[in-house]
Design a protein around this ligand. Structure first.
Ligand SMILES: Nc1ccn([C@@H]2O[C@H](COP(=O)(O)OP(=O)(O)OP(=O)(O)O)[C@@H](O)[C@H]2O)c(=O)n1
Ligand SMILES: [Ca+2]
Length: 513
């Protein structure tokens, strides 16, 4: 038998092997290129920030808010945040009814502050809006021409600022309620419907939004998504499509039921039964005194119906510090007798059954926070809330003043009344009970942004809330790149393994097979 000849030359590589080798080499190159492209192409772009300004011209004061957001994520939910708030010195713009030309210039200081926060090259493109609320609604009812002059004055000032002026107007109570609801749900991330969260949300059957309770100086708003669609009072219902989901929202704004106007209403009622000019008021601390001009008290539309002739021109208030008596006198502000619907809050206004959690902000928060009753970590039950306010009201004024000397006297003197008023409004007005009290969350800020209507207003006017779900990639940039790298490595390993397999001596290949 012929032995196979051993020659000095290397065995020639077969064509299959050669092709495999080339293929392996090319695949490795492709994988490297794939990784390089994925990393560079998906690198986050440099931060391109946009700004917007909203002035909240409230009844008691004006606040200027500066918001910022990444330009490339404009339509995503939860990307806008407050970067600055400036409190305008002096009263709210409605307080300038006797010197209307001074309303605009009162905003100048805060406008300068906004100029410092926003880079100057972006001033021109930054939209600025002013919305006036219940103080101006009341002034329009009382003296339309003064209200128009105040609005012209603020418009003139805002036009001369270096920003892009988009309008100054009195917003309706319904808008105020709706934008407050949008703000808190946007900030709480309740509209998030993209990526994997969409799946999680669809598994939750309960309503995912939070109701909004806003207490101002002149009006108060309640807004929430009711359990069922009640069409009894269509003027209280709003229809929204936000981020691909439909919402039917109930809202009502009670003009004259902000905490300052509620106090005025209470005093106007107390005056009806008075024989002399001195009033022993259970809602103020013992030892507290205040003088009120009677003609001023009846000037405003919240009290004018109670106007009559009095044999005195001043009202002298003496504090009594009696919480129970104070609650009884406040209760009279809520007329619960006539309800033309299946259920009402008060004054014959429709209110569907309360549903879900509520975020309570503005004066709801200021007052409850002052009284240490706003903690989320250790929520205070309703009976404890009432007893805390009762003890606070019973403290003599000199003691309260010394203990809280850093707090403005106007605010401090009214926390007893305000605490009692808040409980009356929530318990008697909206009929919150011990059972659902824990669903109210007193909140001032969500993240860095104040809870209030301004953010929702700006999101709407800048078209930043999309009706449809923005097409968001289900994976973050990091996970995407990671996954690409992993797949490429697996691909390379498989090819390498295949190549090794074909490279092995025939006997080994046989062994494996
Ligand atoms: N630390 C604070 C700040 C404000 N207030 C009082 O809280 C009330 C409501 O304030 P705000 O929500 O700012 O009301 P406005 O927006 O001015 O009023 P409206 O929304 O009715 O126009 C006012 O009586 C104000 O005096 C308070 O007690 N303590
Ligand atoms: Ca307000």
């Amino acid at each position: 038998m012929d032995e196979p000849k051993v020659t000095g030359t290397k065995p020639k590589m077969s064509w299959t092997r050669k092709i495999l080798l080339i293929l392996g080499f090319l695949s490795t190159l492709a994988a490297i290129a794939l990784i390089a492209v994925a990393v560079t192409q998906n690198k986050p772009l440099p931060k391109n920030v946009k700004y917007g300004i909203v002035l909240d011209a409230g009844s008691s004061h004006t606040n200027l808010y500066v918001y910022e957001w990444p330009a490339e994520k404009e339509n995503n939910t939860g990307v806008v945040q407050q970067v600055e708030v400036c409190k305008v010195e002096g009263p709210g713009i409605s307080g300038y009814s006797h010197a209307t030309e001074k309303a605009g210039p009162s905003l100048a200081q805060c406008l300068r502050q906004a100029e410092e926060v926003i880079p100057s090259k972006q001033h021109q493109e930054t939209p600025i809006y002013l919305g006036a609320t219940a103080g101006m609604r009341l002034l329009s009812l009382e003296n339309k021409s003064a209200a128009d002059k105040v609005m012209s004055s603020v418009e003139k000032t805002l036009c001369s600022a270096p920003f892009s002026f988009q309008g100054a107007r009195i917003i309706s109570g319904q808008e105020e309620g709706a934008y407050g609801w949008i703000t808190i749900n946007y900030l709480l991330g309740n509209f998030k419907q993209s990526g994997w969260t969409k799946l999680l949300h669809s598994l939750k059957s309960i309503s995912e939004t939070s109701g909004a309770l806003d207490l101002g100086g002149a009006s108060t708003q309640i807004t929430f998504v009711p359990n069922e669609v009640y069409s009894e009072s269509p003027e209280n219902l709003l229809y929204f499509r936000l981020y691909g989901k439909d919402y039917i929202v109930y809202t009502h704004s009670f003009l004259c039921y902000g905490k300052d106007q509620a106090l005025q209403q209470k005093l106007a009622r107390d005056l009806q039964t008075m024989e002399n000019s001195s009033l022993l008021d259970p809602c103020f601390h013992q030892g507290y005194q205040r003088t009120i001009n009677i003609s001023e008290l009846f000037k405003n539309p919240c009290t004018s119906a109670k106007k009559k002739q009095f044999p005195f021109s001043q009202l002298y208030i003496q504090g009594e510090g009696d919480y129970q008596k104070c609650r009884r006198s406040i209760q009279k502000l809520f007329n619960k007798t006539n309800c033309p619907y299946s259920s009402c809050s008060f004054n014959g206004i429709y209110l569907p059954p309360l549903q879900g959690d509520f975020g309570a902000f503005s004066a709801f928060y200021f007052v409850m926070n002052f009284l240490n009753l706003s903690s989320e970590q250790s929520p205070v039950p309703l009976d404890k809330v009432a007893s805390t306010i009762e003890s606070f009201c019973a403290r003599p004024w000199h003691e309260v003043k010394t203990a809280y000397h850093q707090i403005k006297e106007k605010y401090l003197s009214e926390y007893c009344f305000s605490g009692a008023y808040i409980l009356s409004l929530l318990e008697n007005g909206y009929e919150f009970t011990e059972k659902n009290w824990h669903r109210i969350h007193f909140l001032g800020k969500i993240g860095s942004s104040d809870a209030g209507w301004t953010l929702g207003y700006m999101l709407n006017l800048t078209n930043m809330i999309s009706a449809e779900d923005p097409a968001m990639p289900p994976l973050s940039h990091g996970s995407y790149v990671g996954l690409m790298v992993l797949c490429s490595l697996v691909l390379v390993s498989v090819l390498l393994f295949a190549w090794l397999l074909f490279h092995k001596p025939k006997c080994l290949q046989k062994g494996i097979v």
